[in-house]
Design a protein around this ligand. Sequence first.
Ligand code: SAH
Ligand code: SF4
Length: 387
Amino acid sequence: MSISENTKPSLIGFSREELARVFAELSVPEKARGMRVAQVWNWIYARGATDFARMTVLSKDLRAALAENYSLERPEIVTEQVSADGTRKWLARLAPDKPGGPGPLIETVYIPEPSRGTLCISSQIGCTLTCSFCHTGTQKLVRNLSPGEIAGQIMLARDRVGDWPGAQAANPAGLPEAERKITNIVLMGMGEPLYNFENVRDAMAIAAASDGLAFSKRRITLSTSGVVPQIPRWGAEAGTMLAISLHGVRDELRDELVPINRKWPIAELLGACRAYPSLSNARRITFEYVMLKGLNDSIADAKELVRLLAGIPAKINLIPFNAWPGAPYECSEWEQIEAFAEVVNKAGYASPVRSPRGRDIMAACGQLKSESVKQRASERRAEAAAP
Ligand code: SAH
Ligand code: SF4
């Protein structure tokens, strides 16, 4: 059955408390619920079951009752594009918002590298923010993703690359880390994750549960454009690694590039970074910096960047700008990126230039855009200028 036809709610994304409620509804006696929750949790999140029939630890009747009322559906892959560099982009359909309608589409990207495999997941459909260099920013916010739709992206990726333990093996904690293809999760797809705080937090709790999807919090990174008041809260309630989309070292320019800067300027943003819990050289904040020709790529900018970050355990990710149709910018010249990186390196910061992955399939940073809302930056500016 396709995701558009299924009308049963999916258990993907359910917390233990929610699963306990399901068993209460199905009249499982209270004293047996804890055990049933543990069993179903393990089948869903450690073993990746897609069918209640496989859960043979449950009675036949209970399996039937679950199957009658619920599904184990994840977002459904509609297309898979594979880049020349091995990056894969999945366009996936969610359950329809209105019965019978086509479900909305999201994008998830898998980036295999020799020493790790990174999954880039989306937190919203579109984005309310309008960073001027970002393709997603030209798409209106359609809605927030639910915990199941966020965690479900990890699950569909595991289904697709074969990252679950074998069906027979009793693997309480899933596939050992060393054998996994997907080792890291980054919340760097579509959307501003801190504007969908609770759902992203609940999904990451499932991702980080040692008897669930079992990603270490050090291997989960949330990227934010700078929703300052939510940064300490994220540190306290989720505690994953943090990445900041900085992109500019002067408020005047950052106001243009990352408009949320008008609300929370650079000094406030960096203050929140300094206070982020358990920072150390082993747990550094990543600062993302997109290289825009003639705008933010001068040697003076590089020096100012170093000055601003003084005292923060930091990594700096220089991202060559990825163009998209109608983009009002150009990527910096390669020599300029190297000269910029040298200043940053000399100051003692690791600053890998992130080689653009999956550009040929529009899967690179800032190129994701799933809906057919083809509103170009120029149209958007015209709209904004209109009375
Ligand atoms: N909304 C969050 C997370 C998603 S964006 C945020 O802004 O941090 C992931 C990263 O890609 C961000 O650093 C973003 O600024 C960057 N990015 C956006 N558009 C880009 C483009 N066209 N080229 C390169 N990087 C881009
Ligand atoms: Fe939204 Fe991030 Fe793109 Fe800005 S860079 S528009 S916050 S997705």
